[in-house]
Every structure is written in structure tokens, then in C-alpha cells.
Design a protein around this ligand. Structure first.
Ligand code: N01
Length: 540
């Protein structure tokens, strides 16, 4: 490297989740020294923190796994089509051991600041414990969904029972059996944990502010023949993943949500629409060519969805309360579940429809709503995340001239390719805003980004460059492109409020954050940029 400034390590990687683990392995293999700083006391990121009952990935196991090591792919055996949290945590721990990663991972080490030194052209990374690491490069593998959203409901500290957050679930037996449990939130986490908590609880109260579009996962044991087929040609499978819009090929035995069908729902008769419900159940709502792009068609699809809720939930009033209305299918990330709606047919499960009277406060013994007081032993928050920017916003990141990243992103995140930010040389984000990230398979996206960063570091080493960062023009053009291609999608429909646009966090700027063009288009563009001598990046 140019000038070879004094550093502790070439690269500081923040986070020991799927991206951070691979980053450490990859950078080492390329001859760089690296250290991973991780806030938790275990590896696995999302799959370390989200250990709530029912936590399960919504991407099939064979697809939600690393492709960087043929040996790893051949050795590891997945048991279910959709892997549950314990299996994923085991997998990431196996990877940490298998590749001797632990000696360079500092657990229980929360990063508080990262500051660029203009003169030395190094980063100083500081931790809550007072450690300081000086590095040439910082790679933020902090995850797009890692910072819990804790709603400011008054009285939370007064509750005398147990308070739990799905995304910070403690290890071990929490003694939930026979308890009166209140669950707040009906996104992916709430939906997944509802049947499991219902099975444990004396009575489960589900506090629902907005009903959810959720589709049955049809999960089951993984067919050994399917696993064998992948093992016979993982190279091709991985190649196909990168050539597929969301990084999921659908060749793993999973019954993937009905992809856009051939027919337009707007051209079908009522009888034909209902026949589709008979045939495909909940999937009927999306089995049409026009539901994803035409608001009127989308509403017809939503009506088929509600028809299925009515067919599943015995009590018609309850079915109506559970039926999403007023926002389109495809606005939020699709949820997949195991017997979610069926759970509400149990006598020991009560839906508290907060549209009929919201939460006023938490009391010593439960939750006070405008509909009355609910006595509880346990309150579970499944209230989501400060998505995509939350983790970086909590670290005091300062680039050239001490400029805070928080200020740069005050009106919404701005990046070039979701990989770098102008004014923050040698700082990289894995699956950052402006990249496909959360719209697809995070393992595929993370591996692609880490490989790209590794190649960039090698490029710099070979040419003696000290710093890399995007030009303002390139970043502006990319941000504009990301916004432009989101136009006309359900993600930014006027009726759509989701964490994709930051709408779940009070005061957060409303900006659609991921790149919606799909992995193949994204990867092609990134490759083109590299082929054009890293067009849009400035090296010194
Ligand atoms: O969070 P969410 P999540 N009072 O933001 C409610 C991934 N993930 O953790 O919609 C009452 O979706 C809120 O209500 P509303 C996946 O990408 C994946 O469930 O704002 N309720 C909503 O119901 C997913 O999309 C997997 O009205 C309040 C819920 O809390 C993402 O993580 C599993 C409230 C939050 O839903 C986030 O999912 C889990 C309040 N004050 C997560 N504040 C899989 O792989 C919030 N809510 C399957």
C-alpha cells in the first residue's frame, strides 16, 4: 500500500453476522489482516439475536448458505426447506470454527465511533469498552435489520412481569409455559412467533395495529434428492442465484410464492378468480400478471387474499379484523408463516384489534388500551427494526474533515451502489442502502459485496493507491437512479408505509432505501463500472 501508514490491522470489520464472517475469511485469503468487532457474545448476527420461538428464515436453506467454499457446501447438511434459527446459528458457528475465524473476532465489543484521519489516511475505530483500532479500511457489516425498534409506549418500565423483544431474545428456558402473554406487532417476527407462543401460553393476546399479508411457507423436511442435486453442481446453482432477481432460484423444493402468472386478474371473471382461490389458496392473490403493477388489479388480488382469511378464520368478525385493507400487496416485505391464521381459531388466543382502540400505556400488570385493560405476565415486543440505516446511525462515523455521516444522511441515505459514501474514503458498507440487499437473498448479496470489496482492495494494493471513495457526481446519479426505478412499484404507493421507506421510525426521512432493479441488473452494472476502470470512484 502507498505510504504504509502505521495501523493495527488492514481492515476492521464491524459485525460477525453472515457478511462479517465471510469478510474475515475472504480478506485473510487475499493477504490482508483483519479483525471483526461484534457487539453480541456469539457469531451469526441476525441468527444470534433473533432466537424467539418460531424464528425461521424465509429463504430456503440451500439458497441461504455460502457459496465461497465447495468443501463447506459438500459437508453441511440442511434438514428443512426453510431453516429455523437454531440450525442457522449452528451453521454460522460451524463456519467460524471450520475457517478458524474466532481468533480474529472480538465478541462483546460494541463499536461507538469510526473517525477518518485525513493526514494519515487511516480510520480509528473505538468501542464501548474503550478499545481503539487503527486500520486502513473499515467494512460495516452491521446488517440492515439489526437495531430493534422499541416503541415509546408510556409505562414500559412499570410492568412487573417479563418484557421481551423478539430481536433480543435471551437464550435458555424463559418459563413462558402457562403464562398470559401479550404480543405487540404482527410483522414477520410477530406472525412467526404467534403459533409458538400460543402453544406455550395460558392465553395469548396479539395486539395488532395493522393486519398483515402473510403466505403459508409449506415448510417441511428437505428432500435428500434435492440436496444431492445441489451438491452435484453447486457452481451452477450459485451462478443461477446471481442471475435471478432476488437471488433465490426456487429449485430447492420450496413452494415459492406464486410468481406473476400469465393471466391478468382484471380480465378474469369473478368465477375464475374464486376458482383460483380454490386451487391455490392464499397464493391466488398474487397469481396474476397485473397484481404487482396495477393498483386496481392489486386490490382485486387483495380481495382474494381476504377471501382466504375468511375461509380460514372461523369467526367472521375476527376474520375481518385480520384482513389487510387500504394498502397494496407487495408494499411491505411478504411474510411467510406456519398456521398463523389458524392459530386465531384457538380459544386461548385473542386478537386485540388496535384500530378499535389503541394502546394507551403499559401498567404494572399489563397493557391499558382504549378498549380496556389486559392482565399479562409477559409482554413481547415484535415491533421491528430501525432498518438499513439504524446501525450506522448509532455509530459516530466521521469522514473527511470530521464530517458526520449522520449529517450526510439527515435527509435519507446516499451511497454509490450501496457500497461507499462520498466523503468517507476507505469505508465500505455491505448490503448498504442503494443496493438490492433486503429485497433478496442476503447471503448472495453479502457474498457479492464482500468479494467486490476484496477485489477493490487488491486493485488498490497493486496500484499503490491509499484511498478510494465515490465522486459526488457518481453518487448523485446512483441515488437518482435508485429513486427512479422504484417509481410505479407498490413499495412507494401513497398508501404504503413500511420500514423500506423508514415509515416505522418516528422522524425518519421517508425515502425508499433499497435498489429495486434486481440482482442481475445490479451485478451487471457493478461489473461494468469495474471494467470501466472503477468509473465513479476516485483513488488517491
Ligand atoms: O418488523 P415489522 P418484523 N404499537 O416492522 C408493529 C425481517 N424478518 O421484525 O404495521 C403497536 O415488519 C407494527 O405495526 P404497524 C423481514 O425482512 C424476517 O416483524 O407499524 N404495534 C408491525 O405490525 C421483515 O420484514 C423474518 O402498524 C406496533 C410490527 O410491530 C423484517 O425483518 C423474520 C408499534 C413490526 O413489524 C421486519 O419484521 C422476522 C406500536 N407502538 C423478520 N410499533 C424471516 O426470515 C410497531 N408496531 C421470516
Amino acid at each position: 500500500m502507498a505510504d504504509s501508514p502505521a495501523t493495527d490491522v488492514d481492515v476492521v470489520v464491524v459485525g460477525a453476522g453472515m457478511a462479517g464472517l465471510f469478510a474475515l475469511h475472504h480478506f485473510r485469503a487475499l493477504g490482508f489482516s483483519a479483525i471483526v468487532l461484534e457487539a453480541g457474545d456469539g457469531v451469526g448476527g441476525t441468527w444470534y439475536w433473533n432466537r424467539y420461538p418460531g424464528a425461521r428464515c424465509d429463504v430456503p436453506s440451500l439458497e441461504y448458505s455460502y457459496g465461497f467454499s465447495e468443501e463447506l457446501q459438500q459437508e453441511w447438511e440442511w434438514s428443512e426447506v426453510f431453516p429455523a434459527q437454531p440450525e442457522l446459528e449452528r451453521y454460522f458457528n460451524h463456519v467460524a470454527d471450520r475457517f478458524d475465524l474466532r481468533r480474529d473476532i472480538r465478541l462483546n465489543t460494541r463499536v461507538t465511533s469510526a473517525t477518518f484521519d485525513d493526514e494519515a489516511r487511516t480510520w480509528a475505530v473505538e468501542t464501548e469498552q474503550g478499545d481503539r483500532f487503527v486500520a486502513r479500511f473499515v467494512v460495516m457489516a452491521t446488517g440492515p435489520l439489526s437495531v430493534p425498534n422499541v416503541p415509546a409506549i408510556p409505562g414500559r418500565d412499570e410492568f412487573r412481569g417479563t418484557v421481551l423483544q423478539t430481536s433480543r431474545w435471551p437464550d435458555g428456558d424463559l418459563g413462558l409455559e402457562g403464562k398470559r402473554i401479550g404480543l405487540i406487532g404482527t410483522g414477520s417476527s410477530g406472525v412467526q412467533t404467534t403459533p409458538e407462543l400460543a402453544a406455550l401460553a395460558d392465553h395469548l393476546y396479539v395486539f395488532q395495529r395493522t393486519p398483515t399479508y402473510t403466505w403459508p411457507s409449506h415448510n417441511g423436511p428437505l428432500d435428500p434428492e434435492v440436496q444431492e442435486a445441489w451438491k452435484r453442481d453447486y457452481v451452477e446453482c450459485r451462478r443461477n442465484q446471481r442471475r435471478t432477481f432476488g437471488g433465490v432460484t426456487g429449485s430447492t423444493g420450496a413452494i415459492i410464492l406464486a410468481m406473476p402468472g400469465e393471466r391478468a386478474i382484471l380480465e378474469a371473471t369473478d368465477e375464475e378468480r374464486l376458482a383460483m382461490v380454490d386451487e391455490r389458496g392464499f397464493d391466488a392473490s398474487r397469481a396474476w400478471s397485473d397484481v404487482a403493477r396495477d393498483p386496481e388489479a392489486n386490490e382485486l388480488g387483495a380481495e382474494l387474499y381476504r377471501e382466504m382469511v375468511r375461509r380460514t378464520v372461523k369467526d367472521p368478525e375476527l376474520a375481518e379484523s385480520l384482513s389487510p385493507r387500504g394498502f397494496p400487496i407487495g408494499c411491505k416485505r411478504p411474510v411467510i408463516d406456519s398456521s398463523y391464521f389458524e392459530t386465531f381459531n384457538r380459544d386461548d388466543v385473542t386478537l386485540v384489534d388496535l384500530r378499535k382502540g389503541g394502546i394507551e400505556r403499559i401498567t404494572e400488570t399489563g397493557i391499558e388500551t382504549e378498549q380496556g385493560h389486559f392482565e399479562l405476565d409477559v409482554i413481547v415486543f415484535a415491533t421491528g427494526f430501525d432498518a438499513m440505516t439504524g446501525a450506522l446511525a448509532r455509530i459516530d462515523v466521521r469522514g473527511r474533515d470530521g464530517a458526520p455521516l449522520r449529517d450526510e444522511w439527515a435527509a435519507g441515505p446516499r451511497t454509490y451502489l450501496g457500497l461507499q459514501v462520498a466523503g468517507f474514503p476507505n469505508l465500505f458498507t455491505v448490503s448498504g442502502p442503494g443496493s438490492p440487499s433486503v429485497l433478496g437473498n442476503m447471503v448472495v448479496s453479502s457474498e457479492h459485496h464482500v468479494e467486490w470489496i476484496g477485489a477493490c482492495l487488491v486493485h488498490m494494493r497493486e496500484r499503490g493507491y491509499a484511498t478510494v471513495e465515490p465522486t459526488d457526481d457518481a453518487q448523485d446519479a446512483w441515488v437518482e437512479h435508485v429513486n427512479e426505478i422504484a417509481q410505479g412499484t407498490m413499495f412507494i404507493a401513497p398508501t404504503c408505509s413500511s420500514w423500506y421507506v423508514g415509515a416505522n421510525i418516528p422522524g425518519k426521512p421517508r425515502v425508499f432505501m433499497p435498489y429495486v432493479g434486481g440482482l442481475p441488473a445490479y451485478i451487471d452494472r457493478v461489473e461494468e463500472i469495474v471494467a470501466n476502470d472503477y468509473e465513479g470512484f476516485a483513488f488517491t
